[in-house]
Design a protein. Structure first.
Lengths: 111, 116
């Protein structure tokens, strides 16, 4: 069955450092991959999308890579800030309407 | 100017009751979704409607029945509530979900359902 794995343990980093979150998947060939941010008590908010034929995408301090051979995506936040503390969800889409979400990785950025 | 809204935000009810959650989007999107997020934080799709037509119906007990009166609204009715139904339910919408469309989803704030 299709499976998405994100680090279940929280990631703690110091302000100003780069946070790197991992998303691995099996038994799936997504057309594209998305990253969402979820704050406590709120719905997920879309951050970035990367297609299967793209290696890297950037948006301000965010960078996403997508390796379809390794079946892995890395999500980087450079110059991290305490306001970046949240849960980050990886989501895979093949096409059509069904999106499969990972359980998310909780990020804590300490001042 | 709320994009996707849900009511109520909190719902506490007894086992066996019937309840509804309402969702509305003002983004002009064609597709709407219901997700369930359990205590382990997995966000699982339950249903999806495109232009009022049901297109995804995951393995969900038939006690759950979605209804889309128009493409801006997707309500979720739950009959005979059980303890295991306790979770946060999110509504979402997207502009294009079919084929090669970019399926960026906009989520509502969630409804926390607690069944006692």
């Amino acid at each position: 069955s299709q499976k998405i794995e994100q680090n279940s343990e929280a990631l703690n980093i110091q302000e100003g450092k780069t946070a790197t979150l991992t998303c691995n998947y099996t038994n799936y060939s997504p057309a594209y991959l998305q990253w969402y941010r979820q704050d406590p008590g709120r719905g997920p908010v879309f951050l970035l999308l990367i297609r299967e034929n793209e290696k890297e995408k950037r948006k301000e301090r965010l960078k996403v890579t997508f390796d379809t051979t390794l079946k892995q995506s890395l999500f980087h936040i450079t110059a991290s800030q305490p306001a970046d503390s949240a849960t980050y969800l990886c989501a895979l889409v093949r096409g059509g309407f069904k999106t499969i979400f990972g359980a998310g990785t909780r990020l804590f950025v300490k001042a | 100017d709320t994009a996707v809204s849900q009511t109520p935000k909190y719902l506490v009810t007894q086992m066996g009751n019937d309840k509804s959650i309402k969702c509305e989007q003002n983004l002009g999107h064609d597709t709407m979704y219901w997700y369930k997020q359990d205590s382990k934080k997995f966000l699982k799709i339950m249903f999806s409607y495109n232009n009022k037509e049901l297109i995804i119906n995951e393995t969900v007990p038939n006690r759950f029945s979605p209804k889309s009166p128009d493409k801006a609204h997707l309500n979720l009715h739950i009959n005979s509530l059980e303890l295991g139904d306790s979770a946060v339910y999110f509504c979402a919408s997207s502009q294009e979900g079919r084929g090669a469309g970019v399926d960026t989803q906009y989520f509502g704030p969630g409804t926390r359902l607690t069944v006692l």
